[in-house]
Design a protein around this ligand. Structure first.
Ligand code: NAD
Ligand code: IPM
Ligand code: MN
Length: 357
């Protein structure tokens, strides 16, 4: 029998609420497999910082690294909370983990499931995946400020793009495209303005494209890409893009696919040298936290990505099917609002019914 060591980081706000449901679903789906999940929970985030002053210690990191995978809810306090000003939980913890564990692929699928109401006028078939670079770009933190607090204040935020970093994520994106039916890959950047980074990305995409003659490659400026996300999202299959563009595009992708409560993601280290981390695209949603109002579907679909990553592809498919069933039922039943736990329970029931069938 196989044992999977899973690090769980519930985090802040709705994080613990949605993670509780994701863990429930995980337990239910592997119940019939010869797999044991050995879970350790790490209490990290804004609450922990306020209590202890720590964000992510060397000890936390060393211990998290001993696991096969990580499931994270969401981290971050109320934006603007003065007590968190010096902590910068998002950088220290979330980017801290992505950088330390070399999660250079941030995989964010976008599907409009049957029955789900999309705000798009003509939804059509939407099924694409954003391969967002996860360790470089403007997120690196290579910046600084001078003359702070004066009218001459200068604040620099340098975008770091290495040939090594761009090539490895581009290669990953081509492999993803190769495994899909339409075999289309779109580079999204802003090469007309960001000429140095832009030409590096474009050149590497062109070079790698030569090795993948079956794949149709095109390019969009990021501003134009946002138009097509709304007017013609069916045109997309695989997108590859920089860290910041990918962040923004994937909240938009979530919105068009029926809401941020449905969008899952994986922070992947494809080499397997470090554990990969799975989390909903959304944040800690302080506006609805603690009220059982959050949709746990994004966290549950993140479990499917996690299972897939660990090679448990049947279990991953069962989670996806149960979620698809639940989404279809939502559209067919009266729009009675369910609690976070009720959604989790419904998906567990659908999974269990499948097992019995
Ligand atoms: P957010 O994603 O937390 O919330 C945006 C809006 O979406 C809110 O109205 C919220 O109620 C709603 N929403 C989010 N998740 C939902 C769900 N599962 N079900 C229903 N509605 C949901 O973004 P924000 O308000 O910009 O950020 C809040 C905090 O979260 C900040 O501290 C931010 O830095 C942090 N954050 C963390 C992560 C992460 O941990 N991966 C991601 C994004 C933001
Ligand atoms: C996300 C979040 C993070 C990001 C923040 C909280 C650092 O918005 O996971 O999309 O920008 O990557
Ligand atoms: Mn984001």
């Amino acid at each position: 029998s196989r044992t999977i060591k899973l690090a769980v980081i519930p985090g802040d706000g709705i994080g613990p609420e949605v993670v509780a449901e994701a863990v429930k679903v995980l337990a239910a789906v592997i119940a019939r497999d010869d797999v044991t999940i050995d879970t350790s929970t790490f209490q990290l985030g804004a609450a922990r910082f306020l209590e202890t002053g720590d964000v992510l210690t060397e000890t936390d990191l060393a211990s998290i690294q001993q696991h096969d995978a990580i499931l994270l809810g969401a981290v971050g306090g109320v934006p603007g909370d003065p007590r968190l000003k010096d902590a910068n939980i998002e950088r220290g913890l979330l980017l801290g983990l992505r950088f330390a564990l070399d999660h250079y692929v941030n995989l964010r699928p976008c599907t409009i499931y049957p029955g789900v109401t999309s705000p798009l006028a003509i939804p059509g078939v939407v099924d694409f995946v954003v391969v967002r670079e996860g360790t470089e770009g403007p997120y690196v933190g290579n910046g600084g400020a001078i003359r702070r607090g004066t009218p001459q204040e200068v604040a620099n935020e340098v975008s770091v793009n290495t040939a090594y970093g761009v090539e490895r994520v581009v290669r990953y994106a081509f492999e993803v495209a190769q495994g899909r039916e339409r075999k289309r890959l779109t580079l999204v950047h802003k090469t007309n303005v960001l000429v140095f980074a832009g030409s590096l990305w474009q050149r590497i995409v062109n070079e790698v494209a030569a090795e993948y003659p079956q794949i149709t490659v095109d390019y969009l400026h990021v501003d134009a890409a946002t138009i097509f996300f709304v007017t013609n999202p069916s045109r997309f299959d695989v997108l590859v893009t920089d860290n910041l563009f990918g962040d923004i595009l994937t909240d938009l992708a979530a919105a068009i696919s029926g809401g941020i409560g449905l969008a899952a993601s994986g922070n992947i280290n494809p080499t397997g040298r470090f554990p990969s981390m799975f989390e909903p695209v959304h944040g800690s949603a302080p506006d609805i936290a603690g009220q059982q109002l959050a949709d746990p579907t994004a966290a549950i679909l993140s479990v499917a990505l996690l299972l897939d990553h660990l090679g448990l592809t049947d279990a991953a498919a069962r989670v996806n099917e149960a979620v698809a069933d639940d989404l279809l039922r939502r559209s067919e039943t009266a729009p009675l609002r369910r609690s976070t736990a009720e959604v989790g329970d419904a998906i567990v029931t659908l999974l269990t019914d499948k097992v019995l069938k």
